[in-house]
Design a protein around this ligand. Structure first.
Ligand SMILES: NC(=O)c1ccc[n+]([C@@H]2O[C@H](COP(=O)([O-])OP(=O)(O)OC[C@H]3O[C@@H](n4cnc5c(N)ncnc54)[C@H](OP(=O)(O)O)[C@@H]3O)[C@@H](O)[C@H]2O)c1
Length: 342
């Protein structure tokens, strides 16, 4: 199968290459796409060395599956061209996530919807925001025990959520700060070294940021709960990789901590790590970084409401939050792609 990766040189694109290799995705040929600054650079996937190309109708033609990992504007302009060429498109940008005709997909949560939509002719599937993916898995696992009434979420998001340049900025800015040297920060609203910044995306009139609104609206869409009461605070923290989330939930009926833990641990893709007396709870490193599962711990009663549960999660934003989830969407459809005339 010939595939394309748009944004192959970026933080998500690079992770995608290594996950496709790990999972032995059936690639027979591929095209890495990037901006003009990377054109001609060599990249290797499964031993197939290819040069980065810029996007054009001609260069997109012939790919059966195209992963878009390059940003909203690129997806808005080029996804329609890719679809026209007959490819299956998995888009990690925010462009189509809330489009009612597009499935916003987390295979463990709404895998059936992916299959049904493909059978009706849809060839575009969207991957959610990197904080939404693990959150919806946790909520769906617990919703199986009792209907959810309200969710209050605070995110602790690593800099890689903002792309490859943001990783460099954290590392170089931190070194400069320690050395007492000046450093010009460009990636965030404030210097990220030694700071937590309660500002991701742009502010709306209601005081919510675009990132907070994404988590709220995307979660409601994926769970099929458009009225779900949610409050979200998104915070950028000076870590390289993995997003943490403090999750406070109120249910209609009582859920015991033990039942919650069992349901979470039994859910595909979630791993419980909850032994506080042994100082075991999910951490960016060694647990989340480079790993597939969503790690959940600190599961406890919320004493402030009748049927409340609180927990902490860690998930690798570049893997389950983006590249892995996109590949799993394509894998869900592989048997159908092979039997259809794309
Ligand atoms: N980072 C995350 O945790 C995360 C999670 C979920 C979703 N996403 C989404 O994934 C996408 C990529 O994010 P990222 O963090 O990987 O960003 P990134 O590290 O900044 O990478 C951006 C990529 O886009 C490419 N690009 C830029 N302009 C292009 C053009 N005109 N034509 C083709 N390619 C172009 C870049 O190529 P050059 O290197 O050649 O400039 C680079 O490969 C975004 O849509 C983001 O919203 C990211």
């Amino acid at each position: 199968m010939k595939i394309g990766i748009v944004g192959a040189t970026g933080a998500v694109g690079q992770e995608m290459i290594s996950i496709l290799e790990e999972r032995k995705f059936p690639v027979t040929d591929w095209v890495p796409f990037g901006s003009a600054r990377s054109e001609g650079k060599s990249l290797s996937l499964l031993g197939l060395e290819r040069k980065v190309r810029v996007l054009s109708a001609e260069s997109l033609t012939g790919c059966e599956v195209i992963f878009f990992d390059a940003g909203d504007h690129i997806s808005a302009e080029w996804v329609p061209v890719a679809l026209k060429s007959g490819a299956l498109v998995v888009d990690s940008s925010a462009t189509y996530r809330l489009d009612p005709s597009v499935v916003l997909a987390v295979p463990e949560v709404n895998g059936k919807e992916i299959l049904e939509k493909f059978k009706t002719g849809s060839r575009l599937f969207a991957g959610p925001n990197c904080t939404t993916v693990p959150l919806t898995m946790v909520l769906r696992a617990l919703e199986n025990l009792s209907p959810l009434k309200r969710a209050v979420i605070s995110t602790y998001q690593s800099v890689s959520g903002a792309g490859a340049l943001a990783i460099d900025e954290l590392i170089e800015g931190t070194s400069a700060k320690i050395a007492g040297k000046p450093f010009v920060y460009e990636q965030f609203a404030h210097p990220i070294a030694f700071n937590c910044i309660p500002h991701i995306g742009s502010f709306g009139d209601d005081g919510y940021t675009s990132e907070e609104r994404k988590v709220l609206l995307e979660t409601r869409k994926i769970l099929g709960r458009p009225e779900l009461k949610m409050a979200v605070t998104a915070i950028r923290v000076p870590t390289v990789r993995c997003h943490g989330e403090s999750v406070t939930l109120e249910f209609l009926n009582e859920i015991s901590v033990n039942d919650a833990k069992s349901a979470l641990n039994a859910f595909p893709g979630i791993q419980l790590l909850d032994s506080p007396e042994e100082k075991k709870y999910p951490l960016n490193d060694p647990h989340g970084t480079g790993k597939d599962p969503v790690f959940v711990g600190r599961v406890r009663k919320d004493p402030s409401v009748d049927h409340g549960i609180q927990l902490w999660l860690i998930s690798d934003n570049l893997r389950k939050g983006a590249a892995l989830n996109a590949i799993q969407i394509a894998e869900t459809l592989l048997p159908l792609i092979r039997s259809s005339s794309l």
